[in-house]
Design a protein around this ligand. Sequence first.
Ligand code: NAD
Ligand code: ZN
Length: 385
Amino acid sequence: MATKVNVKTTRNAASYDISIGRGSLKNAGEWAKSVMPGSSGRAAIISNRKVFGLYGNAVKKSLENAGFEPHVQLIGDGERFKNLRTLEDTLRFLSGSKFTRTDSIVALGGGVVGDLAGFAASVYLRGIDLLQVPTTLLSMIDSSVGGKTGVNSSFGKNLIGAFYQPRGVLIDTNTLLTLPEREVTAGFCEAVKQGAISDRSLLDKTAKILGQLEGRRLHERLGEDSFSENFARFLAAQISFKARIVAGDERESVAKTDARSRKILNFGHTFGHALEKVTNYRYFRHGEAVGHGIRFAAALSKNLELIGQNEVELLNDVVRRAGSLPSLGSIDPSEIFATFKYDKKMINDSLQWILLEGIGKPVIFSHAKIRQAVLAASFKEITRS
Ligand SMILES: NC(=O)c1ccc[n+]([C@@H]2O[C@H](COP(=O)([O-])OP(=O)(O)OC[C@H]3O[C@@H](n4cnc5c(N)ncnc54)[C@H](O)[C@@H]3O)[C@@H](O)[C@H]2O)c1
Ligand SMILES: [Zn+2]
């Protein structure tokens, strides 16, 4: 039985469903037909060699059986391929395959594929139908929900893109059986982030599912029916939270600064992005950097007297359960602090931190109000514990 989460939007489509199931890839064609009733003909499966090698044929066959004409475009594997060049290659492929306004794109992969394919769908002929089939934990709970698409460029990460909602999202939890352990940890860190800013119950659900792993790997537990059902409920809770935030602030309004602004999803990201940047995006997976970012934001919130030590310990504990993170050992904090000057979340020249006044109580806090010594003390704390 598939679990469904509805996402309300104002653009492209009134709303769409995210369907969570086990083994659902083999029904991808029927599902595609049901969410795109007007669609005819061609469907471009955009993926990379690794993911397509694992799951591509199942999706292709199912689309064929449902009457689609699948075409396959494989992009390079990794963040560095999420760029304008790959976008152009993809647009050339769509044009060369004579895709029209009634054809569609199926993004099969993690966030890199989803962001790139989504952006291509938004600009090709000013927009063709998009289906997201996320295959990493991070893309299931985060990047495939909410309609942000885009590429990296010489101006920075994710600065060129569009808000573009898919017609549907299909999650097959069986795809996680092959996901490498570091990617699992990275995804769980984003889940902890969402728990921290949502409410105690989402954080508890996240801690609980991590506890139920009982030290074993996710793929080992996913084979068990009862765990798998709990896991689907955990995914649905995570996705519902993100969908709720997105519905209230679809285009991340600059003026919106309350606790339900889409900006709060950047909790853990100011420090996380800085870590990725100073290590040239080579050392941390994005979600791992966010894991450290959560710990930093928690320490900073405490040092600004917004939360107490108990909350810091609780968050550190859940991050620890998410998996082990690459060490911060060799990183020079002054390099990290220097990057805060150029963060893209800068509004009117002031970087805005997302901090916590409690679990589920995010606040937007101006960087200008934080003394360097407080940043330094917070960094020291997270390298110690
Ligand atoms: N649009 C948004 O709102 C949003 C939100 C968060 C992150 N992002 C973006 O998402 C990207 C990160 O996404 P990601 O963490 O999914 O990384 P990714 O897409 O690079 O995937 C991680 C790795 O896992 C492999 N992989 C994917 N599925 C697999 C599977 N089922 N089995 C085995 N291997 C598999 C991929 O080939 C890749 O090597 C970043 O570019 C980030 O900017 C976007
Ligand atoms: Zn993130």
